[in-house]
Design a protein around this ligand. Structure first.
Ligand SMILES: [Zn+2]
Length: 305
């Protein structure tokens, strides 16, 4: 008898597209209560696993490497470890796996791994690929970054996020042109729930758009820097600090800091955002400070072929 393969859901989307917000809401759904979660971040200080870990028992974090390129062996190991730990009852059985990629990932190499790596092919089944695209910044990102185009082309379901801040119509037109066969929905504040998202991803046979030849640089042409901010800050000092980190090449800022009221705050900014998002944070982080992701000079990437 052939063993049932475990379904894997892949969540991708460019830096700041709202992947974590969507996933955090989906992971509260009963159908994903026993999901195993794998989170990938390119910075050395992971944050998304903490944000998502509140929704699930435990999350595997693959940090400081991107699973589409240098971190792909790390993903294969994480999936193999999960499988063996489950077999030897070192962990609770899981009914599915949810993987959140970095914002820079080209998901095509991850998708290929589920066909080409024997353990992954035999034990797991890629059930659906979700790509989040920001209604605010999505068009500019698709223009400028081949990774964003690769993410769209690999999707079964495209979710236009942040529709409370822009209506998403122009982004939807661009997505239909790039990937006519994908299901598309709009979401605001994670209003698209898991049952509808799952139905979108599984409604049609998964046939990624055979892509135009896209070259995605192997290191994504970015650099990542962690700025420690150990001392408590006033809000004014936080804004002064983040203003000093800004510049044309900044794509993403994220991290946890302590405000002078003694409480921790989750701080996020992504390209296209007008303001810094500062939210209460409960949990532990290895270090206080901000991870900055910048486009490296000479890598004004182009999605044109
Ligand atoms: Zn990569």
């Amino acid at each position: 008898m052939k063993a049932t393969r475990i379904p894997v859901w892949l969540m991708t989307g460019y830096l700041g597209s709202g992947k974590t917000t969507l996933l955090r809401s989906w992971l509260r759904d009963a159908a994903l209560q026993d999901a195993a979660l794998i989170v990938n971040e390119i910075g050395e200080v992971g944050l998304d696993d903490k944000l998502l870990g509140q929704a699930v028992d435990s999350a595997s974090l693959i940090s400081n490497a991107c699973i589409c390129c240098t971190g792909l062996p790390g993903l294969q190991d994480a999936l193999a470890d999960l499988w063996w730990d489950r077999l030897h009852r070192r962990r609770a059985a899981y009914g599915s796996v949810v993987i959140e990629t970095t914002g820079l990932a080209d998901p095509r190499s991850v998708i290929d791994a589920f066909e080409s790596v024997p353990l992954l092919r035999e034990r797991y089944r890629l059930a659906g690929v979700f790509t989040a695209v920001s209604a605010v910044a999505g068009l500019d990102l698709i223009e400028a970054h081949p990774e964003a185009v690769a993410q769209v082309s690999a999707a079964d379901a495209l979710i236009i996020t942040k529709c409370d801040r822009a209506d998403g119509a122009a982004v939807e037109r661009a997505l239909r042109e790039l990937h006519p066969r994908a299901a598309i929905a709009r979401s605001q504040n994670a209003s698209l729930d898991w049952p509808r998202a799952m139905a979108m991803a599984t409604a049609r046979p998964s046939t990624p758009t055979p892509p135009w030849r896209l070259h995605v640089p192997s290191d994504h042409g970015t650099s990542t820097q962690f700025v420690p901010l150990d001392a408590p800050l006033t809000l004014e000092e936080l804004h002064a600090q983040t203003n000093a980190l800004h510049g044309d090449a900044l794509l993403r800022l994220k991290g946890v800091i302590r405000l002078d009221d003694g409480d921790l705050r989750d701080v996020q900014w992504s390209v296209g955002d007008l303001d810094l998002a500062v939210a209460p944070f409960a949990g532990n982080v290895p270090r206080l400070g901000l991870t900055c992701i910048r486009q490296r000079e000479g890598h004004a990437a182009s999605a044109k072929t």
